[in-house]
Design a protein around this ligand. Structure first.
Ligand code: SF4
Length: 128
């Protein structure tokens, strides 16, 4: 990525014979987790096939340079802005919440709270 993209403040751009469109996103745990949250892949394994699938999703946004988003995805996870354990307050403040599959899950009450709500709802229904 560094050798192909650029030159700019981040990438060297020395390998001009390789087009940025041919790159596959570098897949680490952060990119994988955030990509799953955003629905760029549903694959649970951090494999080459998953990297290709995420790249294909990003290619729909920028066909010429899909890997340009890899640092943004990685930074969201690495910085803790998008924590591994979903937190509704973080998702509420996140600019990606509208398109994020995990944001809705984070806002759902925990299973114990849902069960308690069902019990309360049942009791209310029986009383009326
Ligand atoms: S909305 Fe929540 S889960 Fe989705 S990317 Fe933002 S912080 Fe992560």
């Amino acid at each position: 990525r560094w050798m192909v993209r650029g030159p700019d403040a981040v990438d060297l751009g020395l390998w001009r014979e390789v087009p940025p469109a041919a790159l596959v996103v570098p897949l680490d745990t952060h990119v994988h987790r955030v990509a799953r949250a955003l629905g760029l892949t549903a694959r649970p394994d951090a494999s080459w096939k998953t990297a290709e699938e995420i790249t294909a999703s990003l290619r729909r946004v920028d066909p010429e340079d899909p890997v340009r988003y890899d640092f943004a995805l990685c930074h969201l996870g690495m910085s803790g802005i998008c924590p591994a354990r979903r937190e509704a307050r973080r998702c509420d403040a996140c600019a990606l919440a509208a398109g994020c599959l995990s944001a809705a899950r984070a806002r759902r009450p925990a299973p114990a709270a849902r069960a308690a709500a069902r019990r309360t709802g049942s009791a209310t229904a029986r009383r009326s």
